[in-house]
Design a binder for this molecule. Structure first.
Ligand SMILES: [Zn+2]
Length: 434
């Protein structure tokens, strides 16, 4: 008998990618599908997966029991690129944008990333945690059980640290796991707009060593883009970060083909992200280095761009492709990762199976955690979603709505969809009285 403290039975279909990660080429779309399954876990990790009718004889349960009611279970989503800790609200700017106002008009009205920087600098750590908490709750309700979270709206030492401390506290208190990334190189702050070298000195001589010393971030990220951090500035900053032991991530080739993907590959980065304008050379370089391509189709969609990252080409050339929401207040204000999966299928021509793997196991790979999560296998975290469909194609086919019935984090149910009072009455049960 296997000892367990949590058991989920009557799983109609268990759908999961299977390691080892990363999943490349044809393997990306090769999901394992098991029918009439149960999953047992202990201390948050899966200890047994087997036929539902064998659970009672093979598993000794001391703890909670849940039935999936014949519906589908998949691994919790991993979101490897988010910006969830910030103050303020940019709905005014969004409103201007959808009315066709230009970037300059929006900037003149105080919009853009510096709007968020000003609000975040002025906010207390408690304020950042309170708004962050609500956003994390929304993520869990969308089936996300692990995220990477970036700073980058402080752009001075104290404000960046304030953001990273909020991330650390939220990780301790909230069921979602949060992997922190220092993104002080998100933009040049107004006070250093004319003196890039001085900001690079602040980043490398003051911020990086303090963040390292206080163990506030695992990854270091930079916005390598025309008009933001150039290739040589990025190389300078990231080599200092690498020397201090940070793992590297790049915002690369989002708006122009500047060569950020090749730089990420050259520097041995764990991932390069966005990649809408990546060149063929960038793809070849990343394929050689094994750098994960974290694609963010929600950003293309929300910015009303007609261009998406060339996912098919990347998969064919053997890049580890992952998906993320890019949740942030400006260019992708959504936690709906199932919608990201839908956009990946519709606008980047990924298959449903590929998109599921890219938002789970390969997403975990892109933050260095594929040994631990991203698929439902014995030994991994019991992070699971119970959906309300029997056919997993509904995740994409019945688009833009939530299919999530329950979310399980480390073996514990952390989200149950609000009760629908008339769900079980059926059309023949007569009038619905509420
Ligand atoms: Zn981003």
């Amino acid at each position: 008998m296997i000892k367990a403290d949590s058991l989920i039975t009557d799983i109609g279909k268990l759908i999961t990618p299977v390691g080892p990660a990363p999943l490349l080429k044809d393997n990306l779309g090769a999901l394992r599908i098991m029918e009439d399954i149960a999953v047992a876990s202990k201390d948050g990790r899966i200890v047994w997966i087997g036929p539902s009718d064998k659970a009672r004889v093979e598993v000794e349960l001391e703890g909670s029991f849940h039935s999936a009611g014949g519906y589908t279970v998949m691994p919790g989503f991993v979101d490897p690129h988010t910006h969830p800790i910030f103050a303020g609200n940019r709905s005014d700017e969004f409103n201007m944008r959808i009315q066709g106002k230009s970037y300059q008009e929006i900037a003149a009205a105080g919009g853009g990333i510096l709007n968020t920087v000003n609000a975040t600098r002025a906010a207390s750590g408690d304020d950042l945690m309170a708004s962050g908490w609500d956003r994390l709750n929304r993520m869990v309700s969308e089936g996300i059980t692990t995220i990477e979270a970036k700073s980058g709206y402080g752009l001075d030492t104290e404000s960046e640290i304030k953001q990273l401390e909020a991330i650390r506290e939220l990780d301790k208190r909230h069921p979602i796991d949060i992997i922190p990334t220092f993104l002080g190189a998100h933009e040049y702050p107004p006070e250093y707009k004319q003196d890039h070298n001085a900001y690079l000195r602040l980043l490398t001589e003051e911020m990086l060593p303090r963040i390292k010393e206080e163990k506030l971030a695992v990854f270091c990220d930079i916005f390598t883009e025309d008009g933001v951090f150039s290739i040589s500035e990025s190389r300078f900053f990231m080599s200092k970060a690498k020397k201090l032991g940070f793992k590297l991530k790049f915002h690369a080739d989002e708006l122009t083909d500047l060569g950020g993907a090749s730089l990420a590959a050259e520097m041995g980065a764990i991932s390069a992200e966005h990649l809408i304008f990546i060149s063929d050379k960038g793809i070849e370089d990343m394929a050689r280095s094994g750098t994960a391509a974290v694609l963010l189709p929600g950003t293309s969609f929300f910015l009303m761009m007609n261009k998406y990252a060339p996912a098919r080409k990347m998969i064919e050339r053997g890049l580890p492709v992952a998906l993320a929401t890019d949740f942030n207040p400006g260019s992708s204000h959504t936690q709906a990762i199932s919608m990201i999966v839908t956009l990946a299928c519709l606008n980047m021509k990924m298959t449903i199976e590929e998109a599921i793997s890219a938002a789970t196991l390969n997403a975990a790979y892109a933050i260095g955690l594929a040994n631990d999560r991203g698929s439902l296998e014995v030994g991994k975290l019991a992070d699971m979603i119970i959906f309300d469909f029997k056919d997993y194609h509904d995740l994409v086919y019945n688009w833009g709505v939530s299919h999530i019935e329950k979310v399980v984090k480390r073996g514990k149910v952390v989200f149950i969809r609000s009760h629908i009072f008339f769900k079980d009455s059926g059309p023949s049960a007569g009038a619905i009285v509420l």
